[in-house]
Design a protein. Structure first.
Length: 466
């Protein structure tokens, strides 16, 4: 591309440049020749006029016309030959007198002039020399004679040839300099394009970190900035896709792990009942384990269905009274809190909340349920709804065992449990906080956690919309 652009541009420049030189040279030559023709016409008119007067004077003194013509021609020829001028005289198409240094047969045929006022102008070549010829009849009564005036313009042609040669030679040097400059400019222009091509190939091969070097503030630099921005967006999106793929794979791995344990227990206890003769009490114990693990599978299925439904449907938000929302949460957890001897307090300092009432109930119940699991017996939990920095905030604070910073980063991931042994004694599926995070996102709210080991955890839901 760069080579073709260079050749095309350079050829077009040469064409126009040398055409301009030829045109300027031709105009200069034409002007010089026109000036010489004007001079020759004036000189010819002066000579024939003087010649006629002098011839008339000789005749008045008794000289014949032929003698006067011959004697005057020699004097006029001697005078004008010093000015690089040749004079010839003809009568009725026949040459009478010519320059003795040039053979008569080298002169063009004597012109026939029909009128005394007519004059013919032409360019002739004599003995390798260039001349402008002006031919015209002498005044009456000598109009049978035609005087031809030859003016030497060889110097004009020689100067023109030298000037043209110098112009072409200088043009070649100038074109060489231009070629170098054009290459430098094209290298500057095509360098970002080459970098873009190289970076594009690297991106196509998965090397998303390649960037174009930025210099200047022109259109090429703007193009480089745009390309780098595009590369950054592609790198960011590929990183996000990679993280999403990794999360999906982790979700599948965790789901398979979660399903394997209860299915193994169900199969083992069912086989235990079928193949071994046991007492009714043993069968009841086995049946209890089978039902417990079945409930766990059912809980996982319901949570996954809730998350799928939440992703696929658009929520319809409405203003919900905080008294009704808090009352529903209190009613759902009161018996469990009493059984575990956990003290729960509720506070709210704004009247309504724009939300989906059912989903917000699920979110708050899940946060409260996790707090109750963290507290254990004789714990305390506080649910507070208040304004912070002109935003509505609902927080759930407990005095439980707390978590490390490492756990806080992952607690909203599916099937993640803070307990490293992944204990299932509490019956949880590890999907509650994942569901809570999705509900928060659909409400344009931010769910965050703060925790100190041994002191407790605070879950905070901050609404960005009014």
């Amino acid at each position: 591309m760069k080579s073709r652009t260079f050749l095309l541009t350079f050829i077009l420049f040469l064409l126009f440049f040398y055409s301009g030189i030829l045109l300027a040279s031709a105009v200069t030559l034409k002007n010089n020749l026109d000036s010489s023709k004007e001079r020759s016409l004036r000189e010819h008119y002066f000579i024939v006029s003087s010649y006629a007067k002098d011839l008339n004077a000789l005749e008045n003194r008794g000289a014949s016309m032929d003698e006067g013509i011959r004697s005057l021609y020699r004097s006029y020829f001697d005078f004008y030959s010093k000015q690089k001028v040749i004079l010839t005289l003809s009568r009725e198409g026949q040459q009478l007198y010519t320059d003795s240094m040039i053979q008569s047969d080298q002169f063009p045929a004597a012109p026939l002039i029909s009128k005394a006022s007519d004059r013919l102008v032409s360019t002739e070549k004599l003995a390798e020399m260039k001349y402008i010829r002006v031919a015209g009849a002498m005044p009456v009564p000598y109009d049978i004679y035609v005087l031809a005036y030859y003016y030497d313009v060889s110097d004009i042609y020689s100067s023109w040839n030298k000037m043209t040669f110098m112009l072409f030679a200088s043009g070649m040097l100038f074109c060489g300099l231009l070629a170098v400059c054009l290459l430098l400019v094209l290298n500057r222009v095509f360098k970002p394009l080459q970098q873009i091509s190289s970076a594009s190939r690297s991106i196509a091969q998965g090397q998303y970190e390649d960037r174009i070097e930025l210099k200047g503030h022109d259109e090429l630099a703007e193009m480089a900035v745009s390309f780098n921005h595009m590369a950054e967006e592609i790198q960011s999106q590929m990183r996000q896709l990679g993280e999403a793929a990794e999360q999906k794979q982790q979700f599948i791995d965790n789901l398979a792990h979660e399903l394997r344990t209860p299915l193994t227990a169900i199969y083992g206890y069912a086989e235990y009942i079928q193949k071994v003769a046991r007492t009714e009490e043993d069968k009841l114990v086995a049946t209890h384990y089978i039902m417990s693990e079945s409930r766990r599978l059912q809980n996982i299925a319901y949570r996954l269905l809730d998350m799928a439904t939440l992703r696929g449907n658009k929520m319809e938000l409405s203003n919900v009274h905080m008294g009704d929302l808090v009352g529903g949460v209190e009613q759902a957890l009161s018996m469990k809190a009493a059984d575990q001897d956990i003290q729960i307090t509720y506070e709210y300092h704004f009247d309504t909340l724009l939300c989906d009432a059912d989903l917000m109930h699920v979110l708050l119940v899940n946060l409260m349920d996790n707090a109750m699991k963290a507290c254990g017996s004789n714990g305390s939990i506080k649910l507070v709804a208040d304004m912070e920095n002109e935003h509505k905030v609902i927080s759930v604070q407990d005095n439980g065992r707390g978590m490390t910073e490492e756990h806080l980063v992952h607690i909203t991931e599916a099937f993640y449990r803070v307990d490293s042994s992944r204990s299932r004694s509490d019956g949880g599926a590890g999907l509650g906080l994942t569901l809570c995070k999705q509900i928060a996102v659909h409400h344009e709210a931010e769910l965050s956690f703060a925790s100190v080991q041994g002191l407790g955890t605070t879950a905070k839901l901050t609404f960005t919309s009014p």
